[in-house]
Ligand binder design. Structure first.
Ligand SMILES: Cc1ncc(COP(=O)(O)O)c(C=O)c1O
Length: 489
């Protein structure tokens, strides 16, 4: 056995020991998160121990000021970049990342619109009172009820995903004596994730209408074109334009730019062939954020400029006016505004052989290395992303600072599942103990939204902090909530 070295051979290659375990790396945190004089994590000046006392743990702690600032910054960056091309952009906040009525109001007050993906999300939008004209509805399998609801709310756009759905939306609207405002979701054959994108001929996924030429029964006709033709001929449809969404957690602009170029070329071809005008083009969401120290998302302005340059040059090359551009960021607005606060419970250290690829030679002495398991009072029920996508997160000791050395740790939840991991690999101070508070940053997007009641854990509440005061925007569930759907028969 050997003592814990500074860099553990058990750590993944990308993870190094931070110079100071107490430091908050600004790119992962809300702008008003900081440590106070006694070393405790605060947001908007409120210490996490106060939040724990008042609201308990686990708890999602969201900075409303940071949310608003990010929403404005994103919108300003894209509006500036596209001002000369199409007078700016419409930014639809992707509600699937995190949605409640307070957030809808913030979005509206900051001049953004709202992207929804189900009847339930539409219900939140309606309850918050946002005008339907500022709301979009997505989904690859919308029910008739959802389509009626979208029409009742006079939505600004229904993003249609397939030919069958197009006909259903058109027929329902026609029977109601209305026209549905429709965008067609296309798959441009560009997939992107973080640094790479791949361009493929076909899209092997459930969403959208393929732009590949052999995707209908008619030779040479793409599903996308078939839908354009059907939409422009249907009396119940007002075809606004085209949409695509190429992936998530994307850092580089190239994939967005290529998708924009492909859609513009297709849009120009359709306008000419069918003598129509398609005034809108939505380039989706997917802009990445920093979950760990090695994540390096580009500033929104850089991405916006790169996309604008391609839209500008492609429209010039095609000799068309640019359609009005819209985007649908979710994670990039809400992700870093929030951390999850947990209380530490059980701790256990195991000793593990170094993985062969770590190159740690034991000289035949069977050297093992410690990995400490730090159990917290939540887990995969409040953050499913590590289990679902192998997502990496980071964590800090939040209730105090520590001068203890670094110990490679795995933050795990309390569920009956060995894959119940919150942070797979992180260096935490050796003296982390039961009762300490841990904070996991970057949990604003797709954590609360994906939360579950596995093992009958109550889903945590969400606290918003603004101007130095905190309030619950979503209350945590109680045991009564958990039991009140059990019919007992
Ligand atoms: C159609 C569409 N738009 C926008 C988004 C938001 O993506 P992100 O939160 O990565 O920006 C998604 C996410 O899945 C999506 O499917």
């Amino acid at each position: 056995m050997s003592p814990q070295s500074k860099d553990s051979p058990l750590a993944p290659e990308w993870l190094s020991v931070p110079a100071d375990l107490n430091t908050l790396e600004p790119k992962m945190w809300a702008q008003d998160a900081a440590r106070n004089d006694s070393g405790e994590l605060t947001v908007g000046g409120i210490p996490v121990s106060e939040l724990q006392q008042q609201y308990g743990t686990p708890l999602f702690v969201m900075s409303e000021d940071d949310f608003r600032a990010r929403a404005r910054a994103f919108s300003d960056a894209f509006n500036n970049a596209f001002a000369d091309i199409c007078g700016g952009v419409d930014v639809y906040y992707a509600g699937k990342s995190f949605l409640c009525t307070a957030v809808v109001r913030w979005v509206e007050e900051e001049g953004l619109r709202l992207d929804t993906a189900s009847g339930g999300e539409l219900a939140v939008a309606a309850k918050a009172g946002i005008p339907g004209a500022d709301v979009a509805l997505h989904g690859n399998n919308k029910s008739d009820l959802e389509i009626h609801r979208a029409l009742d709310m006079k939505l600004g756009r229904i993003v249609v995903d397939s030919l069958g759905e197009l006909v259903r939306v058109g027929d329902i609207a026609e029977r109601r004596g209305e026209q549905a405002k429709v965008m067609l979701r296309l798959t441009p054959g560009v997939h992107a994730h973080t640094h790479e994108f791949i361009a493929t001929a076909h899209e092997d996924q459930k969403f959208g209408l393929s732009m590949a030429a052999d995707t209908t029964e008619q030779a040479g006709l793409s599903a996308a074109e078939e839908a354009v033709a059907a939409a422009s001929a249907h009396p119940g449809i007002e075809l606004l334009g085209l949409h695509c969404h190429i992936g998530s957690q994307i850092f580089e602009p190239d994939g967005f730019a290529l998708a924009a170029q492909k859609l513009l070329r297709f849009l120009a071809a359709m306008q000419e062939k069918y003598s129509i005008v398609l005034p809108e083009l939505d380039l989706g969401g997917g802009y990445g954020i920093a979950y760990t120290s090695v994540d390096t998302p580009r500033p929104a302005a850089e991405i916006a400029e790169a996309m604008a340059a391609v839209v500008r040059s492609t429209c010039a090359e095609l000799g068309i006016d640019s359609p009005r551009i819209s985007i649908e960021p979710g994670r990039a607005i809400v992700g870093s505004t929030t951390f999850t606060l947990y209380e530490v419970g059980t701790l256990k250290t195991v000793r593990v052989d170094a993985p062969a690829e770590a190159g740690a030679s034991d000289g035949g002495n069977n050297v093992t290395y410690p990995r400490r398991y730090v159990s917290v009072d939540g887990g995969m029920s409040d953050n499913a992303r590590p289990v679902l996508y192998d997502a990496d997160y980071s964590a800090i000791l939040a209730s105090r600072t520590s001068t203890a050395g670094p110990q490679l740790s795995r933050v795990v939840g309390k569920h009956c599942e060995s894959g119940d991991i919150v942070v797979r690999d992180v260096y935490l101070p050796e003296d982390v103990a039961a009762g300490d508070l841990l904070a996991v940053p970057g949990t604003g997007a797709y954590c609360w939204a994906l939360s579950s009641n596995y093992n009958y854990l109550a889903r945590p509440g969400v606290v918003a902090v603004r101007d130095g005061s905190a309030r619950l925007i979503v209350r945590g569930e109680t045991e009564e909530d958990l039991l009140n759907r059990d019919m007992g028969v």
